[in-house]
Design a protein around this ligand. Structure first.
Ligand code: FE2
Length: 483
C-alpha cells in the first residue's frame, strides 16, 4: 500500500470512529422540549347532567362497573359495581358463551359515609378459576335492571406472549379528560396501568362522593371490559379533619380493590401482578416507604420473586415521578428515589411510570445511585442498568396543564411536552417493546413520542439472546429511537 493511500485509509478510519462516537453520544445531545402549543378545552369539570355521566336505566341498576385483575397471574378478576337504592344482589353470573351464564360467584357489599355524603352499595366479587386467553361474558344486577358485559383473560404468563398496556394518569372528569379517554378507547390496548389521581372529587368543598360516582360512570365503558390496574395519588388521600374525616384513602379503598394479598402485600395500596410477559409492581407514593416500613419490606421481597425468564418486562407504577424536570412538583419524588433507586438499577427495571405532573416527559436511562452526602457526587449519570422514567400525568383533570419546565432541559430528560394525552406500551416479545405517547391534540390522536425499548434483561445480553429459541421479526419497525 502506498503512503498516500495508507494516509487516506487512516483518515477514513478516524472519520468513521468520530461518527461512531457522535452516534453513541446521541443520548446527550438529542434531548428536546416540544414547542407544541395546546389549544385545549378549559379545565372545568363536565356538568353532572351530561350524558357521559348518565345513570343506567332501571331500578337499582348496577352502575360504575369496573374490573381489575383478581390474582397474581391473571386467572381471576375482581368485578365491582354500585347500586344506589338498596344492596340488591352481589352475585356475578358468567360463562364463555354470550347469554349463557352457567357459573356464578358471590361477592360482598360495603358502603360508607364521608362527611354528609352517603355512598351507594358498593359490590366487589372475585371471579376466579378462569382459563387464559378466553372471552367471558358476565351479568350483574337483577330482573329488568340487570346488565351484561364481557372481558378477555390475558395469555398465560410467558416471555414471548405479546400484550398491549395503555397508560393513563391524573384523568379527572373535564372535557380534556373525556378527550384523553375517547382516544384511549381507540388505542387497542388490553389493560390500563392507571397512575393515580382518579376523580379529583377532593377539589370540591366537601370532597363530595358524588364526583366519585360520576367518575365511575365515565370510565365504565372501558373499565367494565378490561382491567384497570390501579395506583393511588394525592387526590385519593382525602384526609380532612375539618370535616371530621381522619382516615386516609377512605373513599378510594371502599370503591377500588386490588389483589394485594396475592402478592403477600399487607395493603391494597402497594402490590404486584403478573400479566402476560410483564411483572407489574404498583407502589404508593403516599404511604410510608423508608427502610423497615411494610412497603419497603414488601418491595425488597417482591423484587426477589421476579423471574425474567417467565416475565421479562419489569414495570413499576407510582404516582410521584422520581425524575421530573417540570416546575410543578419538582423533586417531590426525591425521597422515594433515595430509598428505592438502587434496587431499580440492581434488578434492571425496564420502565417506571408515574403521573402527578400534568404534562409528559421521558428520561434517558440514568441513575443517581452514587449520590453521597459527603463525597459530592450528586448528578445523575447515564446508566445502562437503570430504568427509563416516564411521566404520564396528562390525563386532563381540572387543575390544568403544568406548562413550565426547567430551562435548560437537564441531561437526564429526553423528551418533554406540556400537552394532554395517554401512552401505549406494546410488549412484542422478550426483547422488544413499542412505546408511544399520544397527544390528544383536541380531536386528533397524534402520536408524538415513539420509542422502541430493548428489554433490560434479554436484549442487552448476547449470551441470553443466543440461547433464546424464539425470534421475532422486527423488519417493519420504523420507529425513531431505540433504548
Ligand atoms: Fe397528583
Amino acid at each position: 500500500m502506498s503512503k498516500v493511500s495508507a494516509l487516506w485509509n487512516l483518515h477514513f478510519q478516524l472519520l468513521f470512529l468520530a461518527l461512531v462516537l457522535l452516534c453513541s453520544l446521541d443520548g446527550v445531545f438529542s434531548r428536546s422540549t416540544s414547542s407544541f402549543v395546546r389549544s385545549g378545552f378549559s379545565s372545568v369539570d363536565i356538568p353532572l347532567d351530561n350524558k357521559v355521566f348518565a345513570v343506567p336505566k332501571g331500578y337499582n341498576a348496577p352502575q360504575q362497573v369496573h374490573i381489575t385483575q383478581g390474582d397474581y397471574d391473571g386467572k381471576a378478576v375482581i368485578i365491582s359495581w354500585v347500586t344506589s337504592e338498596e344492596p340488591g344482589s352481589s352475585k356475578v353470573f358468567y360463562g364463555d358463551i354470550k347469554g349463557t351464564y352457567d357459573k356464578s360467584a358471590e361477592g360482598k357489599t360495603t358502603n360508607y359515609t364521608y362527611y354528609k355524603y352517603r355512598s351507594g352499595y358498593i359490590h366487589h366479587c372475585v371471579v376466579d378459576g378462569l382459563e387464559y386467553e378466553k372471552k367471558y361474558y358476565y351479568k350483574i344486577g337483577t330482573g329488568d335492571s340487570s346488565r351484561e358485559f364481557w372481558f378477555q383473560t390475558p395469555p398465560k404468563i410467558g416471555p414471548d406472549v405479546p400484550y398491549i398496556f395503555g397508560i393513563i394518569g391524573d384523568l379527572g372528569q373535564t372535557y380534556n379528560s373525556l378527550s384523553t379517554f375517547k382516544h384511549y378507547l381507540q388505542s387497542g390496548a388490553q389493560s390500563v396501568l392507571y397512575l393515580g389521581d382518579l376523580s379529583y372529587a377532593d377539589r370540591y368543598e366537601h370532597m363530595d362522593g358524588e364526583r366519585w360516582d360520576s367518575w365511575g360512570r365515565l370510565v365504565e365503558r372501558s373499565a367494565a371490559y378490561q382491567p384497570w390496574i390501579w395506583s393511588t395519588g394525592n387526590h385519593e388521600i382525602e384526609y380532612a379533619p375539618h370535616l371530621g374525616e381522619f382516615s386516609t384513602f377512605k373513599q378510594y379503598l371502599h370503591r377500588y380493590t386490588t389483589p394485594y394479598m396475592a402478592s403477600k402485600s399487607s395493603s391494597p395500596l402497594w402490590y404486584a401482578i403478573r400479566r402476560g410477559p410483564a411483572h407489574i409492581i404498583v407502589l404508593s407514593s403516599y404511604s410510608p416507604f423508608v427502610k423497615y416500613t411494610p412497603q419497603w419490606l414488601w418491595l425488597r421481597d417482591e423484587l426477589k420473586q421476579v423471574d425474567r425468564e417467565k416475565t421479562p418486562w419489569l414495570i413499576i407504577t407510582m404516582h410521584v415521578p422520581l425524575y421530573n424536570s417540570n416546575s410543578a412538583h419538582y423533586m417531590e419524588g426525591e425521597s422515594m428515589r433515595a430509598v428505592f433507586e438502587s434496587w431499580f438499577v440492581q434488578y434492571k427495571v425496564d420502565l417506571v411510570f408515574a403521573g402527578h405532573v400534568h404534562a409528559y416527559e421521558r428520561s434517558y436511562r440514568i441513575s443517581n445511585i452514587n449520590y453521597n452526602i459527603t463525597s459530592g457526587s450528586r448528578y445523575p449519570v447515564p446508566d445502562k442498568s437503570a430504568p427509563v422514567y416516564l411521566t404520564v400525568g396528562d390525563g386532563g383533570n381540572q387543575e390544568g396543564m403544568a406548562g413550565s419546565y426547567l430551562d435548560p432541559q437537564p441531561d437526564y430528560s429526553a423528551f418533554r411536552e406540556a400537552s394532554y394525552g395517554h401512552s401505549t406500551l406494546e410488549l412484542k416479545n422478550r426483547t422488544h417493546a413499542f412505546y408511544r405517547w399520544n397527544r390528544n391534540d383536541d380531536g386528533e390522536q397524534t402520536p408524538v413520542d415513539h420509542v422502541v425499548f430493548h428489554n433490560q434483561y434479554w436484549a442487552n445480553n448476547r449470551r441470553r439472546r443466543r440461547l433464546r429459541k424464539h425470534h421475532a421479526s422486527l423488519d417493519n419497525m420504523r420507529y425513531i429511537q431505540t433504548y
